[in-house]
Unconditional design. Structure first.
Lengths: 1023, 166
């Protein structure tokens, strides 16, 4: 069975390709799948015939939840599987003639229909209630897509959505029931749930919830309205989903659970009450339709109610009758839908007022349709008659035993059957009778093959009726699971009450048909008592309106409102919890040391001033003061690592702010009304107060002893380091650190992608020719220059360096003469001249040590600063490496070292601009980040190869001059990874928020001369 | 363990001011609020380490017993660096939105685009669905038999009955 579902799935996915290849003939290929499944099911027949026999398969799926992909083919599953695959195959064959090759999205349709057949097959054979539910929901989704096949039609979309909403609502209700049942019973296997049903209030409610799911799926009142609406689907879909397959899922579910739960309180009233009502309402509506397809649709609603009553009734004989009716209904209703499809196809209408003379034009179809209708009306010798007799007998016998519900069911179904006969007659008469029609429709030709499916189904009704003795043991195999009974299926049971009832039903039904005009008038006068579709509309509308109101309420205020909502909820929840628990701090110190209040006072003042500052830069610097206040607090408290890191970060933060804010307007725009100000202040103060209390309470209510006592030993023995903080970072809590540097990598990448709009070049922008100059490889291939179209400004340095070989001194005279020529009026031509970076580049000076001179304007330049930075840069890098390696024993480590190196680069950039930075770090920031994270993850993974847990450290101790005793371990490699990630982050920030913003600013300023700019960027890209 | 009241007050003020600033429409203010709240959160973790003491560097002597609790420090150290990363990211966001939106002197103020919206406007987004439902309803209604006016030529009720009588 599992292999069958896989086959269905694979071919469904392949269906669009097959349709593209073969056109509509692809349906013949696809029909082979249900045929194979049909045969596969038939093969299991001998097993089914044994009492309680079944074929079982199971595969573990989610063992934690005890959910198993288990399949079970017992008598009921066998019957349903045959119906689903048999009718499925016929419908697919029918599709090959129904559609034309140019039908839009035929491939999708074929895939969905075949997938639907597979899902139904899976639904009826699965033995795990969760797996069954999964299939159940898939059928809802597929039916949504199939009903909505004509995506351009309003009624098609509306109907699809109705069906989806109603059936998924029912599905959700059912899920609740299913979960309660399986939790109570301790199993998710359906066979066990039915064999040993849990008892009590919970399961009794649960089974009613399951019934609600079945009702929504099988279009039982009050959920019935989606089914007539779903007639907007192509006819094969109606024939399959709405006659044989999907709507049967609910009936199947009732039949499946009836053996275990029919005695449960609530079951019988729901099943009989809603079932009978549905049967009557559906048949009543069916009697007044002009549209033949809607006659059938409302008829289907009616018949589903009928089936609901019978299969749910819970006696053995009723179950036998139910199984028979289920089979009969699938056969005749599918055949009739297909008949309507052909009529629609050949005449272009389904309105019987326009039809006449079809019997003569389509004799085969007429005969098969009459056979199917006769089966529907319950006329001997068709299977429908056998089923209906069995139903009446079952109810009469149960009634004679004193069951009141049986009498209700009997009367209800008998009246319903009268109406059924009437609308059956109306259908045949409407479709095929000759009547005077003003403008008779034209009947188009059609391929003969299309009749095959309805003809076969019509014939099947007769064959099954005549061969019913053979069918009896197979259907009885299911019925016997409900208990004892001696009824058997046969065409002739003698002159029994049921026979007379059947005759009476047919007679009255035909009478109603003859008096149809009177009946129709009566119907038009009776108001629609059950207008569930209006109820649906009202409900959906109410939900929509609520959604609109909530959206408007919660989202009108934008980001500030979201934040405020979060904060207010936090204050209420946490504050509420604080008050509820009522544990308050018992003792509190005023301060730890004398300087603490002083520092805190400074920070408070800075904080409040930061909030009031109008200038961006002021606000940032004041916020920075609070950061440096933290440095002091950390340092005095006994946290040197924190102090060091915080100081470095604070510097880096301020620089980053300045990098961005230099382009934004200086003052912060004020848009908030004063009213808001008060509200904001209140919210802020409440939040601050809550957090203060939280902090004090949390510390004072601490019960467990701190881990700190054991850490010195662990740090020294396990981590080979004296600096506990660092050892924890790179060893004891290294997992945490690894994730955190991963965050840094993500952040860095995010910054770069926000700034580099037009793609991030693999290598940073370098000074053209700079590196070559240094390494004395000066020649630029002529074809490169030619290809990139180097002109004017850019060509010069390359040409010069190429032309002059190693002669630096000789260049100088050449270049220096140029500016003088261009600006003869200035006193100090070299220093005060205003040039763009490009011109500077063009002049191609070879200050290989102070690179900035060629790339920034003179008025922005500070040679003193440049020299200072150049002198300090390398010592700073050395110190950062020192911090990295000694961090294990003294304050420092990868974070601090990386930040220091980053700040050194910041200084290079600030002094010399982006080209200077590119020269300092000639590789891409991404590579730094990548190497860093690789080192860290590599360290984590490497220990796995030695059979240890991830991130287990190994050590090698040596004495190194200057640095001292060094314990090189894998944790050091990890720390190098951290270092590289932090440096990479800084470089990325500088490149993006520094260099790229510079470039964009220059772009904006150079807009006057776009051509030169284009040349420049082309050149950059080419490098 | 007991907390230092000074630190608790400091933290409370920084949270309060941070949230107050964060609730503005200017993104720069939001970021400054973020910085303040971030620092306040660091103080919150910091408070959890209890009183001050010797730095957590192992000396191998009896003085090791006086070291401050290093665990909050470890948590804070990574938090500080990540705070920096996020700050930079937010700055990139601010710049990007300012640059792309060409806000100019407006700076980085968030627009109040939903301010004038009414319930009817919001609800109108469901109109297509209502139309679909109406179409379904119409199709079903059209099929209902109206026995007294099903002859196409006759329009009024009276005509029909007269015709039938004759």
């Amino acid at each position: 069975m599992a292999i069958m579902t896989v086959l269905f799935a694979v071919l469904s996915f392949a269906a669009p390709a097959i349709v593209r290849l073969l056109g509509r003939r692809a349906f013949f290929v696809l029909a082979a799948v249900p045929v194979v499944a049909f045969v596969h099911t038939l093969v299991a027949t001998p097993v089914i015939l044994q009492a309680g026999g079944s074929v079982d398969e199971s595969f573990a799926w989610i063992p934690q939840l005890e959910i198993v992909l288990s399949f079970r083919m017992d008598a009921l599953a066998w019957l349903l599987a045959l119906v689903v695959t048999g009718v499925g195959a016929l419908v697919l064959v029918y599709c090959a003639s129904y559609f034309s090759d140019d039908e839009p999205s035929l491939g999708r349709f074929a895939a969905l229909l075949l997938g639907f057949a597979g899902t139904m097959y899976g639904l009826v054979t699965s033995d795990d209630v969760i797996v069954m539910f999964m299939y159940w929901e898939i059928t809802s989704v597929l039916s949504y897509l199939l009903i909505g096949h004509y995506t351009g039609r309003k009624e098609s979309r509306g109907a699809a959505l109705q069906a989806l909403l109603v059936t998924t609502l029912g599905g959700l209700v059912m899920l609740v029931g299913v979960v309660i049942l399986s939790v109570e019973a301790g199993t998710t296997r359906i066979s066990e749930l039915v064999a040993a049903p849990p008892e009590g209030v919970g399961p009794s409610i649960a089974i009613v919830l399951v019934l609600v799911g079945a009702m929504s799926k099988s279009a039982i009142v009050p959920f019935h309205f989606w089914l007539p609406a779903a007639m907007a689907a192509p006819t094969p879909v109606s024939a399959y989903l709405h006659a044989a397959a999907m709507v049967k899922a609910g009936i199947y579910l009732v039949a499946r659970f009836a053996p275990g739960y029919a005695e449960s309180p609530g079951w019988i009233p729901v099943v009989v009450g809603f079932g009978v009502f549905t049967m009557l309402v559906g048949a009543w509506r069916s009697l007044r339709q002009y549209d033949l397809k809607l006659v059938l649709a409302y008829g289907t609603v009616s018949q589903l109610g009928f089936l609901f009553v019978i299969v749910g009734f819970g006696t053995r004989d009723a179950a036998l009758a139910g199984a028979t009716m289920l089979l009969a209904h699938a056969v005749y209703k599918a055949g009739l839908f297909l008949t309507v499809g052909i009529i629609d196809h050949r005449t272009g209408t389904r309105d019987w007022r326009k039809l006449t003379g079809l019997a003569r034009a389509m004799p085969v179809l007429t005969v098969s349709a009459v056979l199917s209708t006769a089966s529907m009306a319950g006329i001997i010798p068709l299977i429908g008659f056998v089923g209906k007799e069995a139903v009446f007998t079952a109810f009469i016998e149960a009634g004679l035993e004193g069951d009141v519900w049986a009498w209700i069911a009997l009367v209800g179904t008998a009246v319903g059957s009268v109406l059924t006969v009437a609308y059956s007659a109306r259908f045949v008469w409407g479709a095929f009778a000759n009547r005077s029609v003003k403008e008779p429709v034209e009947i188009h030709r059609d391929s003969g093959l299309i009749v095959a499916a309805p003809a076969l189904l019509g014939l099947a009704g007769v064959v099954l009726g005549v061969a019913v003795p053979l069918l009896d043991p197979l259907l009885a195999a299911y019925a016997d699971t409900l208990g004892e009974g001696d009824y058997y299926l046969a065409l002739w049971h003698g002159l029994e009450p049921a026979l007379f009832l059947s005759i009476a039903v047919i007679a009255i039904g035909l009478g109603l048909f003859v008096a149809r005009r009177t009946v129709a008038r009566l119907q038009a006068r009776v108001p629609d008592t059950v207008d569930a579709s209006r109820g649906y509309w009202t409900t959906v509308n109410a939900v929509d309106r609520t959604a609109a109101r909530v959206t408007l309420f919660a989202q009108r205020g934008g980001l500030p409102q979201y934040l405020m909502t979060i904060v207010v909820v936090f204050v209420l929840a946490v504050g509420g919890a604080l008050i509820a628990t009522g544990t308050w701090p018992t003792d509190i110190r005023l301060f730890d040391y004398g300087l603490q209040p002083v520092i805190a006072a400074c920070m408070i003042v800075a904080t409040i001033m930061a909030a009031r500052a109008r200038q961006r830069m002021t606000a940032v610097l004041l916020a920075g003061v609070t950061g440096f206040g933290l440095v002091a607090l950390f340092g005095l408290h006994g946290a040197p690592d924190l102090a060091l890191t915080q100081a470095l970060v604070e510097l880096a933060t301020i620089v980053t702010f300045i990098l961005v804010l230099r382009r934004l307007p200086q003052t912060i725009a004020q848009h908030n009304k004063p009213v808001r100000k008060v509200r904001r202040a209140i919210v802020g103060i409440l939040f601050g107060a809550t957090m203060s209390v939280v902090g004090a309470v949390a510390l004072s209510s601490r019960q467990a002893e701190s881990l700190a006592g054991d850490l010195p030993r662990l740090s020294l023995e396990e981590g080979h380091g004296r600096n506990i903080v660092n050892v924890m970072l790179v060893d004891i809590r290294a997992w945490d650190t690894m994730n955190e540097i991963a965050v840094l990598v993500v952040v860095a990448t995010g910054i770069a992608s926000l700034l580099f709009v037009s793609g991030r070049s693999g290598t940073p922008q370098r000074i053209p020719g700079a590196r070559r100059q240094r390494s004395n490889r000066r020649s630029v291939p002529a074809d490169v220059r030619h290809r990139t179209g180097l002109t004017g400004s850019i060509e010069v340095p390359a040409a010069i360096s190429a032309g002059h070989g190693g002669g630096e001194a000789s260049d100088r005279t050449d270049e220096e003469s140029q500016p003088v020529r261009s600006q003869p009026a200035t006193d100090e031509p070299k220093v005060s001249r205003t040039t763009t970076p490009e011109e500077r580049l063009a002049s191609g000076e070879r200050q290989s040590w102070l690179l900035a001179g060629r790339t920034i304007r003179d008025e922005n330049r500070s040679v003193l600063l440049e020299i200072l930075v150049r002198l300090l840069f390398h010592p700073a890098i050395v110190v950062s490496i020192f911090l990295l390696f000694t961090g294990h024993n003294t304050p420092g480590g990868g974070f601090a070292g990386g930040l220091l190196a980053g700040l050194a680069l910041v200084a290079r950039y600030l002094a010399g601009g982006r080209y200077e930075l590119a020269e300092a770090v000639p590789i891409d920031a991404g590579k730094l980040l990548g190497t860093g994270i690789l080192l860290a993850v590599g360290t984590a993974a490497a220990s796995l190869f030695f059979g240890a847990d991830a991130l287990t450290s190994a050590y090698l101790e040596t004495d190194v001059p200057v640095i001292g005793h060094l314990s090189i371990g894998t944790s050091t490699i990890f720390d190098i990874g951290v270092y590289l990630v932090v440096v990479g982050l800084t470089v990325d920030i500088l490149r993006s928020l520094g260099g790229e913003i510079d470039r964009q600013q220059e772009d904006a300023e150079l807009d006057l001369d776009p051509e030169a700019e284009d040349d420049f960027t082309t050149t950059e890209a080419s490098r | 363990m007991s907390a230092s009241l000074t630190l608790v007050i400091l933290m409370g003020v920084m949270y309060a001011v941070g949230i107050y600033v964060m609730l503005e429409r200017s993104l720069t203010r939001v970021l400054i609020g973020f910085l303040l709240v971030g620092n306040a959160t660091n103080i919150l973790i910091f408070i959890m380490s209890g009183g001050s003491g010797r730095p957590p560097l192992v000396t191998g002597t009896a003085a090791d017993a006086d070291i401050v609790d290093p665990i909050p420090q470890v948590l804070m150290l990574t938090a500080i660096v990540i705070n920096f990363g996020i700050t930079a990211f937010l700055l990139a966001l601010i710049y990007r939105s300012w640059w792309l939106a060409q806000l100019g002197e407006e700076g980085d103020t968030l627009p109040d685009e939903h301010k004038g919206e009414t319930e009817a406007e919001t609800e109108s987004s469901f109109d297509p669905l209502d139309l679909d439902d109406a179409a379904v309803h119409e199709v079903l209604r059209a099929s209902d038999e109206r026995p007294d006016d099903d002859a196409p030529a006759r329009s009024t009720h009276d005509d029909t009955t007269r015709e039938e009588r004759s």
